[in-house]
Write a protein that binds this ligand. Structure first.
Ligand code: FAD
Length: 314
């Protein structure tokens, strides 16, 4: 079922989750453990992130440098297949522009379709030290909007090659949104302009970057509506679990932390997990009370705190 159908039919606030494939060399059991923790909360869908390859440099004995191209966390498609087919929970694989040709993306979409997956999140991906070489005849998506357009073409059975009597692949398409603007956007107005382009291209819903102040999200929704963006906007939450995240999250995700939250953690760093949990619980209740249809949790590879928060919130 499409994510937007879940949202349409919801008679209570839904909780969705975002998980990350295990690093190369680990087993899929790690993911299964997380899904088993999440499953009792009855998520309408679970997102699985995708990761582009990186260049890894290794100094050899003779002093020369060997360059290898490695994807640290492969397996997005197969993890989605396992979750969806073993647990009956809808999955939303993230599809990236960066590091993939449009031809590879089309193949991935075909595989997802064969697995019975009907939803994807179309994401540009971050800059990496590896740039895929574009050989003759290959093309690529630059911005998420280009990827949305590719997915929308497939809804009309338009494959990259003209294929006679081809059948449509109808994915529900989500895109990312940034309540505090994306780090490369010069200002909020420009950020919204590009977000609207993604929606006008055919995106069905938006999932936001994490935020720690609900008023930031409420303002964002208001600005989106004023800009003519009418699709559902799903807020993203993440509980703080370490003091280090006070600097790493703002740095990596261009988000800010409310003074009260930072002060409380700085005063009692040993209780950071409890403070973070309480803070997210407060955000959760605030969003539920304001009628939010679905709340998305960035659990990545540790769902226990989030599941406790949801259970305690009833
Ligand atoms: P876009 O919407 O393409 O925007 C990127 C930047 O370009 C923005 O600053 C935008 O304003 C600007 N822009 C857009 N269109 C144009 C244009 N036509 N001309 C000039 N500028 C333009 N990363 C991963 O690697 N893997 C993941 O699985 C993943 N999942 C994510 C999930 C969510 C919900 C979110 C919010 C982010 C996720 N990311 C993930 C991070 C994401 O890859 C980065 O934030 C990335 O830098 C931007 O992706 P985007 O899809 O928002 O890009």
């Amino acid at each position: 079922m499409h994510v937007i159908e879940h949202l349409d039919r919801a008679d209570r606030t839904l909780f969705s989750f975002e998980i990350i494939p295990p690093p190369r060399g680990k087993t899929v059991r790690d993911i299964i453990d997380i899904v088993e923790q999440i499953a009792p909360v009855k998520p309408p869908f679970i997102d699985v992130t995708s990761h582009m390859a990186e260049a890894v440099y290794e100094e050899l004995d003779d002093g020369s440098i060997k360059r290898r191209i490695r994807k640290k966390r492969p397996g997005t498609i197969s993890i989605c297949g396992i979750i969806q087919n073993r647990y009956g929970i809808e999955t939303v694989p993230h599809l990236l522009c960066a590091g993939f040709t449009r031809e590879e993306t089309e193949d991935a979409i075909i595989e997802l379709n064969y697995l019975g997956i009907e939803n994807v999140l179309a994401i540009r991906g971050d800059q990496s030290n590896y740039k895929k070489i574009m050989r003759d005849g290959r093309t690529r998506n630059i911005y998420a909007k280009d990827l949305v357009e590719q997915l929308v073409d497939l809804r009309e059975a338009k494959f990259l090659d003209d294929i006679a009597n081809s059948e449509a692949i109808n994915f529900c398409v989500g895109v990312g949104g940034y309540p505090e603007k994306h780090q490369e956007s010069p200002n909020i107005k420009t950020d919204l302009k590009y977000l609207k382009e993604k929606v006008d291209a055919g995106a069905d819903y938006i999932v936001t970057q994490m935020f720690f102040d609900n008023s930031v999200f409420m303002d964002y929704v208001r600005r989106c509506r004023d800009a003519g963006i009418s699709v559902p906007i799903i807020p993203g939450l993440k509980p703080i679990e370490s003091v280090r995240q006070l600097s790493s999250l703002p740095k990596n995700f261009n988000i800010s932390m409310p003074e009260d939250l930072v002060d409380e953690i700085m005063e009692s760093p040993d209780h950071v997990k409890e403070i973070g949990k309480r803070w997210t619980a407060k955000q959760l209740v605030g969003l539920m009370n304001s009628g939010t249809e679905c709340i998305h949790f960035y659990v990545m590879n540790n769902a226990s705190t989030t599941v406790e928060i949801i259970k305690e919130a009833g």
